[in-house]
Structures are given as C-alpha cells and as structure tokens.
Design a protein. Sequence first.
Lengths: 394, 325
Amino acid sequence: MEPLGGIKRSLIDSTVLIIIGTVLQLCLGSFDPSILRFPIGQIIVVLYIYLLICIHIFQKRWTFLQRLSDKNASIVSMASMLVILLFFGLVRQDGRTDGLVGLLGFSKMTHSWIFILLFLNFMTGVSLNAIEDIHHPKSHKLGTILFHLALSIVLVSSAFSSGDMLRLKVTLKPGEAQSAGVDANGIAHNLPFELSLRQFQMEVYPPALRIADIQENKYLEGSVAADETTASIDRWNISIRTYLENAGSSSGIFIPLDHFGSVPAVDLTVKDMESGSATSGWVSCGSSVFSEKFLQLDDRHVLVMSTPEPKSFMSEVRVDDGEGNIQIKGIRVNHPLKVGSWRIYQAGYDVKNGRWSTYSVLECVRDPFYAFVRLGLVLLLAASVVLIALGKKK
Amino acid sequence: MITWNSFLVFAICSVCLWLAGSVISALKVSDSSISTNPNAKSIASLKTGSKILPSVLYSAGSAIFLAFIVLLWISLERPPMRTMGETRLWYSFFISIIGLAMYLRWGFRWVMPFSTVMAIVFVCINLFKPEIHSKALMPALQSIWFVPHVIVYMFAYSVMGVALLVAIFHCYKLTKSTPDTASYSAPTASKATTAPTTKSTASQATNSTPDTASNSAPTTTSLKDDKMKICDILVRIGLGFLTLGIVMGALWAKEAWGDYWAWDPKETWAAATWISYMLYLHSRPHIKDDRYSCALLILSFILLQMCWWGINFLPSAQGISVHTY
C-alpha cells in the first residue's frame, strides 16, 4: 500500500482547490466561457500545452510538480470529480443564484469555479500522464497510453472550444430568406450564408388509441395503433372499421380531406367484455382547425386518440453563400448539412400544427474544434477496443 | 407475427432452461476436488465434459430469449431498444450470456445461478410492469448509432452487474472468514506479506473449501479463485464497453443536436458512473482491504442504475432531459 501521507497530501491539494474555487465564485461570480473566444482561447490552449510539457520536463528536478499527476493525485482528482459530478446530477441546472447551491454556482455547474478548477486538475493529471506515456512508451501498456492520450485530446479541445462555439437558431417560413440567427441569450448574429425554406415535410406514425380513467386521471395500460383492425385494452375489445389518415369532420362524421389542419380519425366499435355492451363512433385527436372527438365507454372510461408522433421531418433549404455557391438540400434530424465551418441542423417546427407546421426551426452551429474533439473520440474508441481485447491484462 | 403478448411463453421456456442449466452446474463436480486430487488431469477432463449439459441447457434458454428479441425486432419494424422494457430484454439476454461465458471460462458453479436470478428479475419486471406500449421510433433515434450505442451499453451494464455479483459474493465470504485473513488480494503489494511459501499454503488449501482456501493463499491461488481479480477483469472489459457507449453517444449527439456533450442529466450520471469505475480500477492496487473495493463497486453500480433508469424519477432531471423513454 502507498504511504498514507501521499493520499493525505493529494486530499489537501484538492481541498485547497475547492477553497480557491469557492473564493473565486463568491468574489467574481460564475465563470464566463465567452472570454475564451478567439484569439484568447487559442493562446491559452497553446500556453497550457507548453506548460504541461515544461511540468513534465521539470518533474524530476522539482518533485513537487509530481503532485499534479502521481498515483495519489490521480485517485484523488477522480474522487473529487466524482463528488462534484454527484452534485451536478442531484442539483437542478436551472441557473438560480439564491441559496447555498446558487451561491456556489452549482445550479449552473459548468460555469462554477469549483467545478472548473476540479475539472482542470483532472484534465491536467490525465494530460501529464499522456505525455509521460508517450515519452516513455511501454508496449504492454498500449491500452493505457491510447486511453490517456485520447481522453486528454477530448478534454483539452472541448474545454477550450467552449468560448468559440456558436449556436444560432433560425426560424424559417416557406419562401422567406434569413442570413442571421439568434443565440441562447436572444442576441442576433450574422451568418456567412443566406438560408431559405423551400418546403417542410413531415411523416407521422398512425396515432395511438388509449383508454383514460377520468376518475383516477390516468391511462390504462396498453394502446392500439389506429391502423390496426382489432385489439384489446383491459376489458374492452376494439374493432376498427375505418382509419382515415387525413380527415375533416362535418356534424360528427369524418370524411377524407387533405388540407391544412386535417386530422387522423377512426370509426370503431368498443365492446365491454364483462357487460357485453358495445359503443360505436368516430374518434379523433383534433387539430387547430377541427376539434377533438372521443368516445365515452362508461361513466369513468373514455377512449381517446393521442396526437400522432412524428416519424420523420425534413426541411428542404436553399443555401447561398453570396459567392455564387448555391446548394439545395434536405436537412433531417441526424443528417445535418455542412456549409464551410458551419453545420445546419433540423431543430424543430410548430408542434401545435404538427405536420401542417408553417415554419421550420434550424440550428446553425460553428465549432472550430470539431476535428480535434472528433480525433480524440475516435482514438478513445480505439483505446476502448484495446482495453476490451486486453481485458485480462493489466 | 410476434408481439409482447408472446413474451410470457418465450420467457417461461428461457427461464426453465436457465434454471435447469444453473441447477445442474451447481451440483456438478466441485472445483476444489480438481486442485487437490492427484489425478487432477483426468478429473479436469471429466469436469470439462460435465460442463456440456448445463451449458447446452443454459445457452438454449438464451437462444430462445434471443429468438424473441429478433422476432420482436422484425415485428416492430425497428430495433427493440427504445423503451425501458425493451432495454431490459437486452439486459436479461446479455447477463445470461456473460454468466455462461464465465462458467465456461472459469468454471464457477455459482455464476449461472446468480446470473439466472438477475435475468429472471428483469424478465419479471417486464411481465409485471412492461412499459412497452410505444411502437414509434422518434426521428432522433433513427440513426446508425442507435443499435450499437444501446447494445454496447446494455452489454456494459450486464458485465458490471456480474462484476457486482462476484464482488458481493466475495465480500460475503470475506466477512464470514476470520478477521486476519479477511483481506488479502491487493494485486501488487499485499501478496508478499500474506503468503510466505507456496508449499505451505498449498497444503492449507487441501483442507479447505475453494473459497476459504483462496482467502488464505493469495500467491498460489489461480485466477478463478481470486474473485477480486475476476472483478478487475470484468470491470476493465465493462469499462471498455462503457467508454464505447459514451463515445458512440457523443458522436451521435453531434450528428443529432450539434453538441458532443451537453451535460444532459443522463450524460452527467453517465460521466459519474464512468469515473467511478475508473476510480475503482486506479485505486485497486492501493486498497488492501477488498471490502473497500467492493463498496466502491457497489457505489458504481448504484450510479449506473441512476444513469439507466433512476433519472426518470430524479426531481433535478424532470422535464429537462432529452433522454426520456
């Protein structure tokens, strides 16, 4: 077992960091990552890496520098991160500033000085170990070398990219062009290209039919898809005669209608298997144009249709960079469009109108450290595979 | 067309086969007789043969369970990985596979009964509280990362579950043993001090049950007798899969939302779980008393549960997590 003094010393180091973090938090308030914007962020990251190399070189001469990355420091820095992550997980991240939690910045943990210093300590330990591994590589430690290196790249590049990351929401209506977006604080920023929405398309799943207990104010277990023919929920047997994907109602009767605000509707019979009684009628979830229609089964149970869930949605956009490069592409969830250093994501639509949404919300993201983080993550994938393959070895 | 209504039949068949395999494996030739008998070689070959019946029965149970998953996949026209009930299916399946693999690799008589109990618990939860009604697959989940991300995570969870079982079993044995032999197996430093000679400890092992023998004879114990080493291997493998899951999730999140990591409650608890297991691996050579390591494994597994389903009930995560299902 290592001398207890080593662990004690590392614990004291971490406690000092927490005290410094608390003092900074109380004196300066939460950390503002925007100070890491170009060129400050880039200068700091270069200096940080230079400092890491210097520490590595002088660690043998000035042994106190080993306190940043020796075994005890590694264990304590991980334990400290674990504790702060527990606070992170348990405290609601709503940015409130009142109370002890708010005062320490725990309600916006990523901006709290305590979290930042502990993270910095952890990142420095990992990075110094990575440098040591590279400087003195051992073939049987391939997994560890890769792991430290990959983790270090991911942590350093993501930590210092936070200032330059820009996320802008752009709300587009068909035919309307936009060349600016709004960030999370509501501040408008210009985009290096112009976006216009050609069309917004959405596919939906057949809506689910469910039975609600209005006395208990809850749904019974189970549901039936509107495109099924027969099914059971609890003691009721449901037979669907007609399912209309797009319908409009007239005097309680639904007819096919493909128009803004049209709704799915089913004509069905519900039989109570205990009493033998049967109820028939139309059921629909309703929209901004047509009202909802449900079926009363008895004095406490009602058959209702839930709003259809989206299967896929896509915005067909025209992107003009002003230099003669025009592209017309479809943007879907999980399929962003890359334009220079920007990526454009499908972020939302008018949920109230669903597939009849009159606008689409896109999110334009600029992430200058994209490639570095990706490189680190790919290396981490490789390191994990090595760790699994060499699982039996140390 | 297979639906959840058929699950009961498949579950009963699988559970019966798992139980049969487990019971037979538990009743077969004890491990200790191999190391102490002069005709060890012939008994070892006998033992290898004796593994066949329980393994076949057990793997048949897992095969039937997998058949249900595959048929449900075809029936739903999407991977059955979206709802809590669906992820529990994978958990039961993987934990049975890992139990079988450990039995085949190290011959533990207790591992298949343990993993069977764990698999049955999750089967029962699915039977009594299904949480399986949604058939839809939301657009964010329609990604090439969805299947590998979930499978890798479920496999990691299962490996960590088995590691926890091994640790608890080991702790129980340690607690039952005398205080001076209760701790022994720090992989590096403690060995030299607790095991003076190979010969003497080997003779002690002769008169002991396999587990108490391993407690008193660290240097001569094989890997299968040193439960904490098994835990280390399992955690190392589990951590590898956990890391794969996190990285795949990060790459997927970048494609879906533009951020590798957004500190969503699920991500925060995933990070806590990951660092907790990492702490276990880094602290193992320095902790002499295995019970502390076991305690850390238990804490890590609690965090893992919090990450898996606990956040659905956590007030701080309500309404702000995109990982709700």
